[in-house]
Design a protein around this ligand. Structure first.
Ligand code: FES
Length: 335
Protein backbone atom coordinates (compact mmCIF):
# COMPACT_ATOMS: atom_id res chain seq x y z
CA UNK A 1 0.00 0.00 0.00
CA UNK A 2 1.06 3.62 -0.47
CA UNK A 3 1.50 6.16 2.31
CA UNK A 4 1.37 9.76 1.17
CA UNK A 5 2.83 12.33 3.58
CA UNK A 6 2.36 16.08 3.49
CA UNK A 7 5.22 17.74 5.37
CA UNK A 8 6.63 21.22 5.95
CA UNK A 9 9.17 20.54 3.22
CA UNK A 10 6.95 19.02 0.56
CA UNK A 11 5.05 15.84 -0.17
CA UNK A 12 6.41 12.28 -0.31
CA UNK A 13 5.06 8.83 -0.91
CA UNK A 14 6.36 5.49 0.33
CA UNK A 15 5.39 1.84 0.37
CA UNK A 16 4.16 0.13 3.49
CA UNK A 17 3.59 -3.59 4.04
CA UNK A 18 0.42 -4.95 5.59
CA UNK A 19 0.87 -4.76 9.37
CA UNK A 20 4.05 -2.68 9.16
CA UNK A 21 4.22 0.40 11.31
CA UNK A 22 4.04 3.69 9.45
CA UNK A 23 7.22 5.16 10.91
CA UNK A 24 9.52 2.22 10.22
CA UNK A 25 8.19 1.87 6.66
CA UNK A 26 9.12 5.48 5.88
CA UNK A 27 12.48 5.36 7.65
CA UNK A 28 13.61 2.16 5.93
CA UNK A 29 12.99 3.88 2.59
CA UNK A 30 15.20 6.81 3.54
CA UNK A 31 12.63 9.41 4.58
CA UNK A 32 13.69 11.44 7.61
CA UNK A 33 10.32 11.22 9.36
CA UNK A 34 10.38 12.77 12.85
CA UNK A 35 10.92 10.41 15.81
CA UNK A 36 12.85 10.08 19.04
CA UNK A 37 11.92 6.95 21.01
CA UNK A 38 10.48 4.99 18.03
CA UNK A 39 8.42 2.96 20.50
CA UNK A 40 5.40 5.05 21.49
CA UNK A 41 6.43 7.14 24.47
CA UNK A 42 7.67 10.58 23.36
CA UNK A 43 4.99 11.80 20.92
CA UNK A 44 7.53 13.12 18.38
CA UNK A 45 6.15 11.04 15.49
CA UNK A 46 2.69 12.63 15.78
CA UNK A 47 0.82 12.94 12.46
CA UNK A 48 -2.71 13.77 11.35
CA UNK A 49 -4.70 11.34 9.23
CA UNK A 50 -6.10 13.16 6.22
CA UNK A 51 -7.37 10.10 4.44
CA UNK A 52 -7.38 6.34 4.98
CA UNK A 53 -7.96 3.72 7.70
CA UNK A 54 -5.37 3.46 10.46
CA UNK A 55 -5.02 0.86 13.19
CA UNK A 56 -3.37 1.44 16.55
CA UNK A 57 -0.85 -1.17 17.78
CA UNK A 58 -0.72 -0.12 21.43
CA UNK A 59 -3.73 1.63 22.92
CA UNK A 60 -1.97 2.57 26.17
CA UNK A 61 1.12 4.08 24.51
CA UNK A 62 2.24 6.96 26.78
CA UNK A 63 2.99 9.06 23.68
CA UNK A 64 -0.74 9.16 22.89
CA UNK A 65 -1.08 11.84 25.60
CA UNK A 66 0.59 14.20 23.07
CA UNK A 67 -1.86 13.57 20.25
CA UNK A 68 -5.14 15.32 19.61
CA UNK A 69 -7.65 12.53 18.98
CA UNK A 70 -10.35 14.98 17.89
CA UNK A 71 -8.07 16.11 15.09
CA UNK A 72 -7.48 12.53 14.03
CA UNK A 73 -3.84 12.50 15.13
CA UNK A 74 -1.81 9.35 15.72
CA UNK A 75 1.68 8.13 16.55
CA UNK A 76 3.31 6.83 13.38
CA UNK A 77 5.55 4.48 15.41
CA UNK A 78 2.52 2.68 16.85
CA UNK A 79 0.13 2.70 13.89
CA UNK A 80 -0.47 0.54 10.86
CA UNK A 81 -2.49 1.26 7.74
CA UNK A 82 -5.07 -1.05 6.24
CA UNK A 83 -4.89 0.61 2.82
CA UNK A 84 -3.51 3.66 1.06
CA UNK A 85 -3.57 6.70 3.27
CA UNK A 86 -2.52 10.34 3.51
CA UNK A 87 -0.89 11.82 6.61
CA UNK A 88 0.05 15.35 7.53
CA UNK A 89 3.38 15.39 9.38
CA UNK A 90 4.19 18.67 11.17
CA UNK A 91 7.93 18.58 10.48
CA UNK A 92 10.51 19.10 7.78
CA UNK A 93 11.28 15.81 6.07
CA UNK A 94 13.87 14.96 3.47
CA UNK A 95 14.24 12.00 1.19
CA UNK A 96 17.69 10.68 2.09
CA UNK A 97 19.32 10.31 5.50
CA UNK A 98 22.64 11.94 4.53
CA UNK A 99 25.60 10.20 6.18
CA UNK A 100 23.40 8.29 8.61
CA UNK A 101 22.77 4.62 7.88
CA UNK A 102 19.23 3.91 6.74
CA UNK A 103 17.49 1.64 9.27
CA UNK A 104 16.14 -1.73 8.28
CA UNK A 105 14.73 -5.02 9.58
CA UNK A 106 17.00 -7.88 10.54
CA UNK A 107 16.63 -11.18 12.31
CA UNK A 108 18.84 -11.69 15.32
CA UNK A 109 19.75 -14.41 17.77
CA UNK A 110 20.46 -13.73 21.45
CA UNK A 111 23.80 -15.06 22.72
CA UNK A 112 26.16 -14.71 25.60
CA UNK A 113 23.66 -13.67 28.26
CA UNK A 114 25.50 -12.43 31.34
CA UNK A 115 24.11 -11.27 34.67
CA UNK A 116 25.84 -7.97 35.44
CA UNK A 117 24.05 -7.18 38.71
CA UNK A 118 20.95 -8.46 40.50
CA UNK A 119 18.78 -6.52 38.00
CA UNK A 120 20.98 -5.90 34.96
CA UNK A 121 21.78 -8.36 32.17
CA UNK A 122 23.87 -7.96 29.07
CA UNK A 123 23.74 -10.03 25.91
CA UNK A 124 24.82 -10.04 22.29
CA UNK A 125 22.52 -10.25 19.31
CA UNK A 126 23.96 -11.95 16.24
CA UNK A 127 22.39 -10.47 13.13
CA UNK A 128 21.58 -12.22 9.88
CA UNK A 129 23.22 -9.34 7.98
CA UNK A 130 25.72 -6.70 9.18
CA UNK A 131 24.58 -3.31 10.46
CA UNK A 132 26.51 -0.05 10.22
CA UNK A 133 25.73 2.44 12.97
CA UNK A 134 27.05 5.53 14.70
CA UNK A 135 28.20 5.45 18.32
CA UNK A 136 25.21 6.40 20.47
CA UNK A 137 22.52 4.87 18.27
CA UNK A 138 19.90 2.34 19.30
CA UNK A 139 17.82 -0.48 17.86
CA UNK A 140 14.31 -1.72 18.54
CA UNK A 141 14.16 -5.35 19.67
CA UNK A 142 10.98 -7.34 19.41
CA UNK A 143 10.03 -10.87 20.35
CA UNK A 144 6.77 -12.58 19.48
CA UNK A 145 6.44 -13.39 23.18
CA UNK A 146 5.83 -9.74 24.20
CA UNK A 147 3.68 -7.22 22.33
CA UNK A 148 5.58 -4.25 20.86
CA UNK A 149 9.26 -3.49 20.40
CA UNK A 150 11.61 -1.97 22.97
CA UNK A 151 14.44 0.46 22.18
CA UNK A 152 17.94 -0.22 23.53
CA UNK A 153 21.24 1.50 22.81
CA UNK A 154 24.11 -0.51 21.46
CA UNK A 155 27.01 -0.84 23.92
CA UNK A 156 29.60 -1.73 21.31
CA UNK A 157 30.79 0.29 18.37
CA UNK A 158 31.73 -1.00 14.95
CA UNK A 159 31.50 0.51 11.49
CA UNK A 160 29.70 -2.56 10.24
CA UNK A 161 29.03 -5.57 12.40
CA UNK A 162 26.82 -8.62 12.71
CA UNK A 163 26.98 -8.47 16.52
CA UNK A 164 25.21 -5.88 18.65
CA UNK A 165 25.82 -5.74 22.42
CA UNK A 166 23.08 -4.62 24.79
CA UNK A 167 22.70 -4.10 28.51
CA UNK A 168 19.25 -4.04 30.05
CA UNK A 169 18.00 -3.18 33.50
CA UNK A 170 14.93 -4.93 34.82
CA UNK A 171 12.00 -2.53 35.05
CA UNK A 172 9.23 -2.92 37.62
CA UNK A 173 6.38 -4.58 35.72
CA UNK A 174 8.34 -4.29 32.46
CA UNK A 175 7.00 -7.09 30.29
CA UNK A 176 10.04 -7.25 28.02
CA UNK A 177 12.57 -7.15 30.85
CA UNK A 178 10.52 -9.72 32.81
CA UNK A 179 10.73 -11.98 29.79
CA UNK A 180 14.50 -11.46 29.60
CA UNK A 181 15.03 -12.19 33.27
CA UNK A 182 12.61 -15.06 33.78
CA UNK A 183 13.47 -17.22 30.77
CA UNK A 184 16.44 -18.89 29.25
CA UNK A 185 16.78 -16.51 26.31
CA UNK A 186 20.13 -17.75 25.02
CA UNK A 187 19.61 -18.71 21.37
CA UNK A 188 16.17 -17.05 21.18
CA UNK A 189 15.41 -15.38 17.84
CA UNK A 190 14.27 -11.77 17.84
CA UNK A 191 13.43 -9.08 15.32
CA UNK A 192 15.71 -6.08 15.16
CA UNK A 193 14.95 -2.70 13.56
CA UNK A 194 17.70 -0.13 13.38
CA UNK A 195 19.95 1.71 13.61
CA UNK A 196 17.99 4.62 15.05
CA UNK A 197 18.74 7.78 16.99
CA UNK A 198 20.50 11.08 16.50
CA UNK A 199 22.43 11.48 19.78
CA UNK A 200 25.54 10.30 17.98
CA UNK A 201 29.24 10.97 18.33
CA UNK A 202 31.25 12.30 15.40
CA UNK A 203 34.95 12.76 16.21
CA UNK A 204 35.36 15.26 13.39
CA UNK A 205 33.39 17.78 15.47
CA UNK A 206 36.54 17.97 17.65
CA UNK A 207 34.76 18.38 20.99
CA UNK A 208 35.63 17.46 24.53
CA UNK A 209 33.03 14.97 25.74
CA UNK A 210 30.85 14.87 28.82
CA UNK A 211 28.84 11.67 29.26
CA UNK A 212 26.29 11.52 32.09
CA UNK A 213 24.50 8.22 32.57
CA UNK A 214 22.15 6.73 35.11
CA UNK A 215 21.87 2.93 35.33
CA UNK A 216 21.63 1.22 31.96
CA UNK A 217 21.86 4.66 30.31
CA UNK A 218 25.59 3.89 30.34
CA UNK A 219 25.03 1.67 27.26
CA UNK A 220 25.26 4.38 24.60
CA UNK A 221 28.10 6.07 26.47
CA UNK A 222 30.14 2.87 26.26
CA UNK A 223 29.72 2.95 22.50
CA UNK A 224 30.74 6.62 22.33
CA UNK A 225 33.83 6.12 24.49
CA UNK A 226 34.79 2.97 22.54
CA UNK A 227 34.54 4.96 19.32
CA UNK A 228 36.56 7.81 20.88
CA UNK A 229 39.30 5.38 21.91
CA UNK A 230 39.27 3.71 18.49
CA UNK A 231 40.03 6.98 16.70
CA UNK A 232 42.41 8.28 19.43
CA UNK A 233 40.00 11.13 20.11
CA UNK A 234 41.30 11.35 23.68
CA UNK A 235 44.86 11.91 22.51
CA UNK A 236 43.91 15.59 22.16
CA UNK A 237 40.44 15.92 23.69
CA UNK A 238 39.15 15.42 27.20
CA UNK A 239 36.49 12.90 28.14
CA UNK A 240 34.48 13.06 31.36
CA UNK A 241 32.22 10.13 32.13
CA UNK A 242 29.82 10.24 35.09
CA UNK A 243 27.95 7.05 35.88
CA UNK A 244 25.25 7.14 38.55
CA UNK A 245 23.74 4.16 40.35
CA UNK A 246 22.19 3.69 43.78
CA UNK A 247 24.64 1.39 45.56
CA UNK A 248 27.86 -0.51 44.92
CA UNK A 249 25.71 -3.57 44.16
CA UNK A 250 24.16 -1.76 41.21
CA UNK A 251 27.34 -0.77 39.42
CA UNK A 252 28.70 -2.68 36.42
CA UNK A 253 31.17 -2.24 33.52
CA UNK A 254 33.92 -1.14 35.92
CA UNK A 255 36.48 -3.39 34.24
CA UNK A 256 35.59 -2.02 30.82
CA UNK A 257 35.58 1.60 32.02
CA UNK A 258 38.94 1.07 33.76
CA UNK A 259 40.48 -0.19 30.54
CA UNK A 260 39.28 2.93 28.68
CA UNK A 261 40.99 5.08 31.32
CA UNK A 262 44.09 2.89 31.12
CA UNK A 263 44.36 3.78 27.44
CA UNK A 264 44.09 7.57 28.07
CA UNK A 265 44.89 8.20 31.76
CA UNK A 266 45.73 11.88 31.23
CA UNK A 267 42.59 12.91 29.40
CA UNK A 268 39.82 10.44 30.17
CA UNK A 269 38.15 10.42 33.58
CA UNK A 270 35.44 8.10 34.82
CA UNK A 271 33.52 8.95 37.98
CA UNK A 272 30.96 6.66 39.57
CA UNK A 273 28.34 8.34 41.77
CA UNK A 274 26.53 6.25 44.38
CA UNK A 275 23.36 8.04 45.43
CA UNK A 276 22.30 5.84 48.33
CA UNK A 277 25.44 4.80 50.21
CA UNK A 278 28.98 5.73 51.09
CA UNK A 279 31.73 4.38 48.89
CA UNK A 280 32.92 0.94 50.05
CA UNK A 281 36.68 1.02 50.53
CA UNK A 282 37.23 -2.26 48.66
CA UNK A 283 35.57 -0.80 45.55
CA UNK A 284 38.05 2.08 45.48
CA UNK A 285 40.91 -0.35 46.03
CA UNK A 286 39.79 -2.68 43.25
CA UNK A 287 39.34 0.11 40.69
CA UNK A 288 42.08 2.68 41.25
CA UNK A 289 41.52 4.16 37.76
CA UNK A 290 37.95 5.15 38.64
CA UNK A 291 36.87 7.97 40.93
CA UNK A 292 34.00 7.37 43.32
CA UNK A 293 31.74 9.95 44.93
CA UNK A 294 28.53 9.86 46.95
CA UNK A 295 25.53 11.77 45.60
CA UNK A 296 23.19 12.03 42.65
CA UNK A 297 25.04 11.88 39.37
CA UNK A 298 24.03 15.39 38.27
CA UNK A 299 25.18 16.86 41.62
CA UNK A 300 28.50 15.03 41.45
CA UNK A 301 28.93 16.16 37.83
CA UNK A 302 28.16 19.74 38.84
CA UNK A 303 30.84 19.66 41.56
CA UNK A 304 33.49 17.97 39.44
CA UNK A 305 32.89 19.83 36.18
CA UNK A 306 32.87 23.43 37.46
CA UNK A 307 35.01 25.50 35.09
CA UNK A 308 35.57 22.63 32.63
CA UNK A 309 32.85 23.24 30.06
CA UNK A 310 35.03 24.70 27.35
CA UNK A 311 34.30 23.28 23.87
CA UNK A 312 32.25 20.48 25.37
CA UNK A 313 29.56 18.26 23.91
CA UNK A 314 27.35 16.56 26.50
CA UNK A 315 25.42 13.30 26.25
CA UNK A 316 22.81 12.40 28.86
CA UNK A 317 20.94 9.11 29.27
CA UNK A 318 19.11 7.42 32.09
CA UNK A 319 15.82 7.38 33.98
CA UNK A 320 13.66 10.50 33.40
CA UNK A 321 14.28 12.16 36.83
CA UNK A 322 18.03 11.78 36.36
CA UNK A 323 17.86 13.20 32.82
CA UNK A 324 15.72 16.14 34.02
CA UNK A 325 18.22 16.93 36.80
CA UNK A 326 21.16 16.63 34.42
CA UNK A 327 19.61 18.87 31.77
CA UNK A 328 18.67 21.51 34.33
CA UNK A 329 22.21 21.48 35.69
CA UNK A 330 23.72 21.71 32.21
CA UNK A 331 21.48 24.61 31.16
CA UNK A 332 22.18 26.57 34.34
CA UNK A 333 25.86 25.79 34.79
CA UNK A 334 27.29 24.81 31.44
CA UNK A 335 24.92 27.10 29.56
FE1 FES B 1 8.30 8.54 20.19
FE2 FES B 1 6.72 7.69 18.19
S1 FES B 1 8.78 8.32 18.11
S2 FES B 1 6.14 8.18 20.22
Amino acid sequence: MKIHVQTKSGEFEYDCEQGENLLYAGLRQGLTLPYECATGTCGTCRARVQEGEIGLEWEDAPGLSYVNHEKNELLMCRSTASGNCTLRVPAKVTDGAGDMAIPGYRKGKINNVRERTHDVVSFDVTLDSPMAFDAGQFAVLETEVVTGGRAYSMVNYATSTDTLDFVIKRKPEGKFSDWLFENNIDGHEIDVFGPLGKATFHPEEKKNLLCMAGGSGIAGMMSIIARGCEVSHFADHRGHVFFGVRTAEDVFYLDELSSFVDAYPETLEVTVALSDEDIPRDLENRYPRIKFHTGFVHSVTSEQMAGKYDNILAYVAGPPPMVDGALRMLVLEAR
